[in-house]
Design a protein around this ligand. Structure first.
Ligand code: SAH
Ligand code: F3S
Length: 429
């Protein structure tokens, strides 16, 4: 079995779940070579148009070069959104499995041309078999779906309404992962800080802060990360818990999308430029070494030169440690699909370039200031050039010369040279 995973961390976790189900219930073994696989799966993303176009060209290649009789399955968000059309356009595809139907992987495998894409299907309490691609860090879903209706975003149409996973199930899963050696957990949801408002069964309402407090009680758990929180739900209680709980890693994703209050309103994001700046400032004041990352969309329909200046103004005030920036890509089934005043592609490219250049300038300045600093690194990855890498609490990727005996350990490292995405250091004894 071969699986290619596109898109976000939630897709990576869905892939782990599919691998586990197929291994335990159908005796499949994973391979990195699709040509020798009996089953080829693509776990797709539909958030922008590009990956969707890429899907059909890739399917063509898989079909041409696959082993005789091998099945091809299309899973994930594009499966949810295109459904039957996938089999129409690529008739050799054996089944289509939506992002909210992952638990049915072992069923569709035996149903030729099955299309399971119900976005109301509730797998929030499904007991998935377990598999983890990392021994050191455990991804854990805390909710499925998304209840927001950002006008640019297709996710609510591919992952359905938001349902939280019961707290006891999350704690059991985290405890199990920690007992198997993971010292870090990574909580996943489209909107993690809206956790606890709706469950499918009878569970008392709760919130994300309470979940973080309960998880922190797991003894050998050292680090908690999460993605993505929503700026709208960053209330004082949440920021204070983030700041004061020593197990919560001091890196926060704050998806801005736009710095213009007018564009934010058109996007239905639920906050203003001032609210965002106020939250970022509170974070920086309470947690001096916090890293803040963000997502920015440029050239949303109706975005003026003044609007993009607002985005640049927020970047200059917050000085994000990491910026993921995208050109707006109109998506089917979203409110903004037919918005007027679309931006021509040259203007969109120019705006994207200006955002990216500013970010690189800020990144280089920020990185330069880290030379000589000391960070505690949790080592997770062995490179094949004699280096081992890991992350600081505030999410800086740091590598040192060394071998696998460093993996899974927390070690103090002094930064000796600066790169753009990875810093190099020496272990301090
Ligand atoms: N809830 C998730 C959002 C998932 S989509 C989160 O808050 O991170 C991930 C990112 O893709 C979004 O934050 C947004 O910046 C970008 N994105 C979503 N729809 C898009 C579109 N139609 N065009 C361009 N970028 C988009
Ligand atoms: Fe998309 Fe907005 Fe939800 S970006 S995933 S609709 S919070």
């Amino acid at each position: 079995m071969f699986i290619e995973t596109l898109g976000c961390a939630m897709n990576e976790r869905d892939t782990e779940h599919m691998l586990a189900e197929l291994k335990e219930k159908e005796n499949y073994i994973a391979t990195n070579d699709f040509k020798s696989a009996d089953l080829i799966l693509i776990n797709t993303c539909s958030v922008r148009e590009k990956p969707v176009a890429k899907l059909f060209s890739e399917l063509g290649i898989f079909n041409k070069k696959k082993k005789d009789g091998a099945k091809i399955g299309v899973c994930g968000c594009t499966a949810s959104h295109l459904g039957h059309e996938i089999i129409k356009r690529a008739p050799y595809v054996s089944f289509v499995l939506g992002a909210r139907n992952i638990s049915k992987i072992t069923e569709v495998l035996h149903k030729p041309k099955a299309v399971e894409i119900d976005i109301n299907y509730d797998e929030s309490e499904f007991a998935f078999k377990d598999f983890r691609s990392s021994k050191y860090k455990a991804y854990i879903n805390i909710s499925i779906g998304c209840d927001k209706s950002c006008t640019f975003c297709i996710v609510p149409k591919t992952r359905g309404d938001e349902i939280s996973i019961p707290m006891n199930l999350i704690i059991d899963e985290a405890t199990r992962a920690v007992s198997l050696g993971a010292k870090e957990i990574f909580l996943l949801g489209q909107n993690v800080n809206n956790y606890g408002h709706r469950f499918s069964g009878n569970h008392e309402k709760t919130n994300f802060t309470k979940l973080l407090q309960e998880l922190s009680k797991i003894d050998d758990l050292r680090r908690i990360r999460f993605t993505s929180p929503h700026p709208f739900h960053m209330d004082d209680e949440f920021i204070e818990e983030f700041a004061t709980n020593p197990k919560i890693c001091k890196s926060m994703h704050m998806p801005l999308q736009s710095g213009s209050t007018k564009v934010l309103k058109d996007m239905k994001r639920g906050y203003t430029k001032e609210w965002f700046l106020n939250r970022a400032k509170k974070l920086r004041d309470m947690v001096p070494d916090v890293s803040i990352s963000t997502d920015i969309i440029v050239a949303f329909a109706g975005e003026s030169d003044e609007d993009i200046k607002d985005t640049i103004d927020v970047m200059n005030q917050v000085k994000f440690e990491q910026v993921f920036s995208f050109k707006y890509s109109p998506r089917p089934q979203t409110e903004a699909e037919f918005f007027p005043n679309t931006i021509d592609s040259d203007t969109a490219s120019a705006r994207l370039t200006s955002i990216q250049e500013l970010h690189i300038k800020q990144l280089d300045e920020n990185n330069a200031s880290k030379l000589g600093n000391t960070y505690t690194v949790y080592f997770e990855e062995l490179y094949n050039d004699g280096f081992v890498s890991g992350r600081s609490d505030n999410n800086i990727v740091i590598k040192v010369k060394g071998s696998e005996e460093l993996l899974g350990k927390f070690i103090d490292v002094k930064i000796t040279s600066i790169g753009r995405t990875v810093l190099t250091g020496e272990i301090i004894n």
